[in-house]
Design a protein around this ligand. Structure first.
Ligand code: HEC
Ligand code: HEC
Length: 315
């Protein structure tokens, strides 16, 4: 009898959630109103793939406007993180909980998603118990169980050799030329990307590289070595063929352009000795100018910290 009651209760709860969620969807994206908002892996995958439609600045319900950027998570985590390679997410769940040097505390997968929400997506954190956070965590967890081995196996095979940092500062003029020649066909020469059809709520077919809809100054992608590593491995999309020098210069140019500013960045990395050397903002525990941290050359900073090789991880 007890079991029977709880089954009925559970059904009612799911029913209520579905109805409530369907109503909410109906307000926000009429064409998707048949898809109920419950914290499923499928909903999580949609959140990563179509972030602006569900959490972006054009969503009808102001309470659901969590990101100011119109990027999707999948703009950087290719194939919604399932595609093996740089910034893939299959192994992610096994990294948490972990100590984050940036935050100075132990962090969970939910904390990490919220870091990308506030930085890469230039938004605000999702409540930890929201359907959206639970769904994204469920999706990332599911990748860990189904695709982790595949991710590890294919990681190297599908990508060009890993980025190696040239021993010089990034050449921003050369970077501008590379963007015009190899990236502008998709991202446009002014880096502003190409919106899907005429409706901003659908986000971008080709995401912007800088400007108001891009990631903010606190994002991992704002670090020139993280950016260069991604670009060398993944861009131009489908046929990555840049040399180390080209990837470095393109990343330097992208990160020299205007983008949203994140507040209170001086509070990051409470232990400043753990700050990545290519961090795009100070203060640092060394005497090198911010300009050199942003664009190199990195070898002198590297030897100052006696780091070998240069760390490009935010972990
Ligand atoms: C502008 C590019 C960009 C966007 C957009 C983006 N991320 Fe990230 N994400 C990164 C970078 C860079 C890292 C750091 C990778 C590293 O440390 O090597 C990262 C790391 C993560 C991690 C931790 C990975 C790990 O293995 O520890 C998770 C989880 C994550 N992102 C989820 C998301 C979600 C969910 C969204 C959308 C709400 C999102 N990201 C949007 C660039 C992005
Ligand atoms: C064939 C079209 C195409 C070309 C050419 C291309 N990209 Fe991309 N790029 C994309 C798409 C599409 C995405 C988002 C991933 C997705 O939606 O699957 C992306 C994502 C990115 C991102 C992360 C998201 C963001 O907007 O910040 C960066 C950085 C990037 N590209 C840089 C470059 C650079 C640099 C070049 C030139 C060397 C380049 N891309 C060439 C299509 C392209």
């Amino acid at each position: 009898m007890k079991g029977f009651t709880s089954i009925i209760l559970a059904c009612c709860a799911i029913g209520a959630l579905t109805v409530g969620a369907t109503l909410r969807m109906a307000e926000t994206t009429p064409e998707a109103s048949n898809i109920p908002v419950i914290a499923t892996e499928e909903y999580g995958k949609r959140l990563l793939a179509q972030t602006p439609e569900l959490l972006g600045p054009d969503v009808a319900d102001p309470k659901m406007r969590y990101t100011e950027s119109r990027l999707s998570c999948g703009s950087c985590h290719l194939g919604t993180g399932a595609e093996p390679g740089t910034l893939s997410l299959p192994e992610t769940i096994h990294h948490y909980p972990r100590f984050s040097a940036r935050v100075g505390l132990s962090t969970t997968i939910e904390d990490r998603v919220n870091e990308c929400m506030q930085r890469s997506m230039n938004g605000r954190p999702l409540p930890k118990n929201s359907a959206e956070m639970l769904a994204m965590a469920a999706y990332i967890r599911s990748l860990g169980y189904h695709d982790a081995a595949a991710g590890a196996n294919h990681r190297k095979a599908k990508e060009p050799p890993a980025f190696k940092t040239p021993n010089r500062a990034a050449d921003l003029k050369a970077g501008k030329k590379i963007i015009e020649e190899k990236c502008a066909s998709c991202h446009q020469a002014d880096g502003s990307g190409l919106l899907a059809a005429a409706l901003p709520i659908h986000g971008y077919v080709f995401p912007p590289l800088w400007g108001p809809d891009s990631f903010n100054t606190g994002a991992g992608m704002h670090r020139v070595l993280t950016s260069a590593r991604f670009i060398k491995a993944r861009m131009p999309l489908g046929k990555p063929d840049l040399t180390n020098d080209e990837a470095f210069d393109a990343a330097g140019y992208i990160n020299s352009q205007p983008r949203p500013e994140m507040a209170h960045l001086d509070l990051d990395y409470p232990d400043r000795k753990t700050k990545p050397i290519d961090n795009g903002y100070g203060p640092f525990a060394d005497p090198f100018p911010l300009e050199q941290h942003r664009f190199g050359p990195f070898a002198p900073i590297e030897s100052f910290y006696k780091m070998k090789p240069i760390s490009t991880s935010t972990r």
